[in-house]
Design a protein around this ligand. Structure first.
Ligand code: SF4
Ligand code: SF4
Length: 132
């Protein structure tokens, strides 16, 4: 995928409006059954060629809620076949839309070592100084 949403999601709906490829579904449509928004890994393109960075993470008010995941490439096919975490779509011919059959764009400037569930897309904001 790309990016993944965790359980700190407050279901504010901001990311869903922002995604240029409609890769995000709301909590009522989350195929894993979790009460949080969900990024469809077989649709997310990490905003490559459209924006400079993942727009969902840029707008999300819950810092750390949207983190990197592995690139949606054949190398990580097994990772995305974990049915507890992902529900991949099925093509008309019955083939699972896994990266083995259909890779997606990903940010090549983000190394694999910088990726993974929990790896921040956004920097943590600096602590605000207390005034007075
Ligand atoms: S990274 Fe971009 S394409 Fe992927 S879910 Fe977020 S907004 Fe959509
Ligand atoms: S913007 Fe963040 S908190 Fe809001 S619905 Fe999306 S993932 Fe959840």
């Amino acid at each position: 995928m790309s990016v993944i949403i965790n359980d700190t999601c407050i279901t504010c709906d901001a990311c869903l409006q922002q995604c240029p490829v409609n890769a995000i579904v709301d909590d009522s449509s989350n195929p894993t059954g979790k009460k949080q928004y969900y990024v469809q890994p077989d649709k997310c393109v990490e905003c490559v060629g459209i924006y400079d960075d993942p727009q969902c993470a840029a707008i999300c008010p819950s810092i750390g809620c949207i983190t990197w995941d592995m690139p949606f490439t054949a190398e990580f096919d097994e990772h995305f076949r974990n049915e507890e975490m992902y529900k991949l779509g099925v093509s008309k011919d019955g083939t699972l839309k896994s990266p083995l059959y259909k890779e997606k764009s990903y940010r090549k400037d983000i190394s694999v070592s910088e990726r993974g569930i929990g790896k921040l897309v956004q920097e943590e904001p600096e602590e605000l100084e207390e005034v007075g």
